[in-house]
Design a protein around this ligand. Structure first.
Ligand code: ADP
Ligand code: MG
Ligand code: MG
Length: 873
């Protein structure tokens, strides 16, 4: 039978696909004997069928839902809509992957004018009955009917004001009855019909709303950012209510079994007395920290600690737990693997290994490689910090250090960031609508909200620095300013925020480079034990090279020489070389470049020690080095003291219709062998010098770009190798170097065996290879690839992750052909893909020797390589 609805007793944690994460874990917890209110889950399959049926609920599903409902009624001996003993439920969404704040929950469903009275009578607590009712009306109207929440908030606030109530808990039953009646009037004005009284109708409308919420904009954005497929659907959990708002012996809270920001092994959470559901996260009143529960309700605290330990041991991971206390009895309402910063993730994983709960391999698999990015960025310089005066202090909600200009709306933040500005988003508090702005910002500062507020949770998920609940700043979003200590900070002023301390500073504070030590260092050691792929870096300067070595780079996979040519001090000589009229003039100009280029290599060799350094000969078309408009040409002609017309005609001459496919790469060295000669000389002479002076066993690898035909490679080889060997033998020093090529033209992959005759190594240039395989111009494709992704033609941009089917097939063929001809050929990748985890996995699978990526991605690549090795086992 096509079963669509499951009671908690029928589910388990492994059924997340069908029951969603929340439903599967509720079932699991119920079945291991934890105090979970009873309920059932309408499966994700039902959600997908709902969409297939054109967003309608069909009768078989209704029958199944009502059957489970009556089972539930029997088990807890209450009846939905009953005038004497009514059952109230929550309707909670829950997809396979938790999407905090993205989908909507309704509490206290089943209340109407009749049942509210029964609740009052049965509990003897009228205040509680109407508090529950007003909450239900507001949530239902917001989630199901899309009536703006603030309209309810306004009514609520004005009644609070009239009655001189500071907090919601100061309102008595009378006041809450007024709230209910005014909420209902608002509902009627907005919807033009009465608030639904029939609990079954309420339930079905709520279920539909949860299904619909799978496709709301927030959910779509969240899925896009987190790479969650759109076709999973959400489950709906219908669960009998327990009440944290029954008085001072009741309450609700959330807690992590370890600290989600630092990983420290200590309960971390907040609770509120006499409150319900989202009150803690929504910042209605300021919650108390979980340790305080030990003072207020020591017995409950003890039980909770036991449950927390049990859940952590059961799931073998840090848990994020929601609980409610109803009249001195503890209920568990949710558990999931807690979202955490990379910093915390690493500490938790490493300590779980040390506590012998998981293996090293499991620990390595726990960390999302791209998450490491968070740890690989600068922190504030401690000396600069000593001199800086904090202007305010909030909660250290998500660690990191950020400096930037302040913006007060998500839109303004996105706009400024697109203009290349570093942005700090400053908000009263954030909401799901702010996601894109948060994504673009370097850091987030909010005036309200606790450690589990929206801003804090989302920022930690994004690995973004965040200071939350900074109450001393007064934010005026519309006037684009905030005030603290009487001083005004306007849009685009600089501030700095420290997400590890909660401090906020005026102006810019120096930051310094991160290090791999402590738990992070330990994890990286384990990664190195397990991985087979070597990890190199792309670096064009000694500074980058030094940073990369600190991050564990085992060599340079790509040193681009053109970046050195663009240097301000050198470009005159480079231009002279380009506009030279004959070979002698060109050689004279190259003579000037030689010592500078040699110096570059000396610095890089010294930074890299005895690690291999792959240097690519000049690659870009020469016109890139010349000015293009009349005025710039005029200036240059004056500077260089050459005739304007002559210069202009040289610029014209070099102009190409399609420079990407034009005179570049090895084609330059074929036309101007003297350029290759100069570069070879610089590479080899620098190596000889460093070996002589410093005794370092340098290992240069000379790499020829854009080869498609072996004779191109042979032609250049005859120049490079002849000169290199001559220089080495004259020096009287022993120096080993390699000669090889990039594989980036599709033809090269087809004839890789021929090419391997003259190449000791291949390095896949997957940027160009992707460009030429798809026929997509790298410089222009950005625009339409976005369209491709929106229209689901591509799942992911092939310039970001290797297209395994097409480009990958070519790579595989080149690997096989290359190895057949030259079994010990060295194989690597130096395209952008070399730092992208799924592409790294592919490189592992096809048996490359190394990947090369930018310095800041080296630790990411080390971890991704280790994960590829673990997966293979
Ligand atoms: P989210 O996925 O946004 O956390 P939840 O479905 O977990 O949404 O519910 C929101 C809040 O309502 C949580 O604080 C939860 O503990 C509370 N809640 C949900 N169901 C019940 C219930 N049956 N009884 C009491 N509180 C509940
Ligand atoms: Mg929840
Ligand atoms: Mg290239």
């Amino acid at each position: 039978m096509n079963k669509l609805v499951y009671s908690f007793s029928e589910g388990k944690a492994a059924m997340k696909d069908l029951l969603g994460g929340k439903g599967a874990n509720l079932a699991e917890m119920a079945n291991i004997g934890l105090p979970v209110p009873l309920g059932f889950t309408i499966s994700t399959k039902a959600c997908n069928m709902y969409y297939e049926k054109g967003q309608e609920i069909w009768s078989e599903l209704l029958d199944e839902i009502f059957e489970k409902l009556s089972e539930l009624e029997k088990k807890i001996n209450k009846k939905f809509g009953d005038k004497d003993n009514p059952l109230l439920v929550s309707v909670r969404s829950g997809a396979k992957f938790s999407m905090p704040g993205m989908m909507d929950t309704i509490l206290n469903l089943g209340l109407n004018e009749e049942t509210v009275k029964a609740i009052h009578k049965n509990t003897g607590n009228e205040r509680f009955a109407y508090d529950s009712y007003r909450r239900f009306i507001q949530m239902f109207s917001d989630v199901v009917m899309s009536i703006d929440k603030y309209k309810f908030d306004n009514i609520f606030e004005s009644i609070k004001e009239n009655r001189k109530a500071n907090y919601d808990t100061d309102l008595d039953a009378d006041a809450l009855k007024e709230v209910v009646s005014r909420f209902k009037t608002l509902y009627k004005n907005e919807i033009k019909s009465d608030f639904p009284e029939d609990p079954k109708e309420q339930l079905i409308l709520a279920v539909k709303a949860v299904f619909r919420s799978w496709n709301n904009e927030r959910a779509n954005i969240y899925r896009r950012i987190n790479n969650i497929p759109d076709n999973l659907g959400t489950a709906v959990n219908v669960q009998s209510m327990v009440f944290g708002n029954m008085g001072d012996d009741s309450g609700t809270g959330v807690a992590f079994t370890r600290n989600p920001a630092t990983g420290e092994r200590k309960l971390y959470g907040e609770f509120l007395i006499n409150a319900q559901g989202e009150d803690v996260v929504a910042g209605i009143r300021t919650p108390q920290s979980i340790e305080k529960l030990n003072e207020v309700m020591p017995e409950i605290y003890k039980q909770f600690v036991q449950v927390a330990d049990l859940l952590e041991n059961h799931y073998k991971d840090m848990q994020d737990i929601e609980f409610t206390i109803e009249k001195g009895k503890l209920y568990i309402l949710q558990t999931r693997n807690g979202k955490r910063t990379a910093f915390s993730a690493i500490r938790v994983a490493v300590e779980l290994v040390q506590e012998e709960k998981i293996t090293k391999e499991e620990a390595l698999m726990r960390i999302e490689p791209s998450q490491l990015d968070q740890l690989l960025h600068p922190t504030f310089d401690s000396n600069a910090l000593k001199r800086a005066m904090p202007i305010a202090k909030g909660l250290p909600a998500s660690p990191g250090a950020a400096t930037g200009r302040i913006y007060f709306t998500a839109e303004a933040a996105v706009e400024a960031s697109k203009n290349g500005e570093k942005v700090i988003l400053v908000r009263q508090e954030t909401s799901p609508e702010d996601i894109e702005g948060m994504l673009e910002a370097r850091g987030i500062l909010t005036a309200r909200g606790g450690m589990t507020s929206h801003a804090a949770v989302v920022a930690r998920g994004m690995g973004k620095c965040c200071v939350a609940g900074c109450e001393s700043i007064k934010v005026y979003e519309e006037e684009k300013k905030f005030i603290v200590n009487g001083k005004i900070y306007n849009e685009s002023d600089y501030i700095s925020i420290d997400g590890s301390t909660g401090n906020v500073y005026e102006g810019i504070i120096d930051r310094h480079e991160p290090e791999l030590s402590g738990h992070f260092g330990q994890l990286m050691e384990w990664a190195d034990e397990i991985r087979r792929l070597r990890v190199r870096t792309n670096a064009d300067s000694p500074k980058d090279a030094i940073q990369a070595v600190k991050f564990g780079a085992e060599g340079i996979g790509l040193c681009r020489t053109e970046h050195m040519f663009f240097d301000e001090a050198r470009i005159p000589a480079v231009r002279e070389m380009i506009i030279a009229e004959d070979i002698n003039q060109r050689k004279a100009a190259l003579e000037k470049i030689l010592p500078m280029q040699r110096e570059d290599f000396v610095g890089i060799y010294e930074a890299m020690g005895d690690r291999p350094v792959t240097i690519r000969l000049l690659d870009p078309p020469l016109h890139e080095f010349l000015p293009h408009n009349g005025e710039d040409i005029m200036n240059l002609s004056r500077e260089m003291k050459i005739n304007y017309d002559k210069l202009k005609s040289r610029v014209e001459e070099l102009k190409e219709f399609n420079p990407m496919l034009g005179h570049r790469g090895c084609r330059l060295a074929i036309t101007y062998p003297e350029i290759a000669e100069m570069q070879t000389r610089a590479i080899i002479e620098a190596a000889i010098q460093v070996k002589k002076d410093k005794g370092i066993d340098v290992k240069p690898e000379i790499m020829i770009p854009l080869v498609g035909e072996v004779k191109e490679l042979t032609f250049i080889k005859n120049i490079v190798v002849k000169l290199a060997d001559k220089l080495i033998s004259e020096s009287g020093i022993e120096l080993k170097y390699m000669y090889g090529t990039m594989i980036e033209v599709p033809r090269a992959t087809l004839v890789a065996d021929e090419i391997a005759v003259d190449a000791e190594f291949f390095s896949f240039g997957t940027n160009d290879l992707t460009q030429m395989t798809y026929g997509f111009s790298r410089d222009d494709a950005g625009k339409f690839i976005k369209e491709y992704i929106d229209k689901k033609i591509f799942e992911i941009d092939p310039f970001q992750a290797i297209d395994r089917k097409g480009v990958g097939k070519l790579m595989k063929m080149a690997v096989e052909l290359g190895r057949k001809e030259r079994p010990n050929i060295k194989l690597g990748i130096c395209g952008e893909h070399g730092g992208e985890p799924t592409s790294i996995e592919f490189c592992h699978e096809i048996g490359l020797d190394y990947v090369s990526c930018s310095p800041y991605r080296v630790p990411i690549a080390r971890l991704a390589a280790a994960q590829a090795a673990v997966k293979e086992k």
